[in-house]
Ligand binder design. Structure first.
Ligand SMILES: [Zn+2]
Length: 414
């Protein structure tokens, strides 16, 4: 099974929406565009939900069977490191190796010297096809990039080999992610990071750098769209050139971890992919969970009661729920409605406040971010929440499918 040119990470926190998600990909196929589904879930999500990678595998297999999906699909061990990867070996065939924590740690002096020596030929004016101006690179810069990133790439190699030793003959997809860090990587840094990956012989399929701007959970991009667009195009050019120069896998592509719903970027990304003929992996996480809450609210009755209870608890536990996500959310508590006021809302109002439709005046990104990080509340409701997902399945499924199809897939890949 190959990942293909286009793929999408469809996180599903509670593991009940596999079919509804896959339906969105089927709809896109009818329009002539193939996108490979990848069910991604991190160790942290599994721990909070109290689920296991085998559950994600079972969900994916069941959805594929139910819809008679004949195309490739994958199960992603999302953001794993050496400490967590073993939980995922059997169930996953896609591994997002996260080495962000190792950026800035120094490799052996001799390794670093060898890296600089191997890449010295790129010092001066570095011409990359499709980038109008040559990039200016100095030997000192190569040494600095090596000092920052080489150890992280060596860690990726250790994890890759650890997986490969256990997977034996079974093929798997490798992503290297560096997005959960403070400083974005420039196109020049990406070029030499890819040089290091090739040198360390990691058969990387996708790479997730940190892009410029803020990718807050569940809401739109905050930053300079023009600057993002320029850097994104330069990254595509760097990848195409690195595939040739360093003999990296031909299908190597960028992975954009959206933190869900970076709609302002989808148009520019779509245009850049077409201009370069490039592939993309778009990873979403949390957008489906939000659609579950929207569906519950829209259902009215007990569903709406539950959606209101989720908000009330999340509001009461604001500090605790926000803390682990502090760097990727921006919630103004003064813009959050009082739970007592929310209790008076009708179904349509709750859905309109939460749904990511910026043309809707009621839409409240603060409310939405709090619910985004509040899935722990639903996890703690246990059976009550899961039973509601079953009880209101059709209306929830409709929201899940429409969201992925209309707001994500069509905008970015069509
Ligand atoms: Zn990520």
């Amino acid at each position: 099974m190959t990942l293909g040119k286009y793929s999408i990470g469809i996180g599903d926190r509670f593991g009940r929406q596999g079919e509804a998600q896959l339906q969105a990909l089927q709809l896109l196929r009818k329009e002539g565009v193939n996108v490979t589904p990848v069910w991604n879930k991190s160790y942290r999500e599994h721990a909070i939900i109290n689920s296991k990678p085998a559950d994600t595998r079972a969900e994916a297999d069941a959805a594929v069977r139910a819809l008679d999906w004949q195309e490739p699909y994958f199960v992603d061990a999302d953001h794993v490191g050496m400490k967590t990867v073993d939980h995922f070996i059997t169930a996953s065939d896609f591994f997002t190796i996260d080495v962000a924590d190792f950026i800035g740690q120094s490799a052996e002096k001799s390794t670093l010297e060898e890296f600089v020596e191997r890449n010295r030929k790129f010092a001066g004016a570095l011409h990359i096809p499709m980038i109008p101006e040559p990039l200016t690179v100095t030997s000192e810069q190569i040494a600095t990039i090596g000092a920052n990133y080489l150890f992280a790439i060596e860690e990726a190699q250790r994890i890759y080999r650890h997986i490969a030793a256990q997977k034996k003959e079974q093929p798997f997809v490798v992503e290297i992610s560096m997005d959960e860090t403070n400083a974005p990587q420039t196109p020049v840094e990406l070029f030499f990071i890819l040089a290091a990956i090739a040198w360390k012989e990691i058969p990387v399929a996708t790479i997730a750098p940190k892009f410029t701007g803020r990718f807050n959970k569940g809401v739109d991009y905050v930053g300079e769209v023009h600057q993002f667009t320029r850097e994104f195009a330069a990254d595509l050019a760097v990848i195409a050139s690195a595939i040739e120069r360093f003999n990296l896998p031909a299908g190597l592509k960028l992975s954009v971890h959206s933190g869900s719903d970076k709609f302002a970027l989808y148009g520019p990304i779509n245009a850049a992919l077409k201009r370069f003929g490039a592939g993309l992996h778009l990873k979403t996480a949390g957008t489906t969970w939000l659609e579950e809450v929207i569906g519950l609210a829209e259902a009215g009755g007990e569903g709406l009661v539950l959606a209101k209870a989720i908000y009330r608890h999340a509001h009461a536990r604001f500090e605790e729920l926000c803390k682990p996500y502090a760097t990727v959310i921006n919630i103004d508590p003064d813009r959050l409605p009082a739970p007592d006021a929310v209790d008076g809302w009708e179904a349509a109002r709750y859905a309109a406040v939460l749904r990511h439709d910026q043309s809707q005046p009621l839409y409240n990104p603060h409310f939405r971010q709090l619910i985004h990080v509040g899935y722990k509340v639903a996890a703690e409701m246990g059976e009550r929440y899961l039973q509601a997902l079953d009880q209101f399945r059709p209306i929830i499924a409709k929201n899940v499918t429409t969201n992925i199809y209309e707001r994500h897939l069509r905008r970015i890949f069509l």
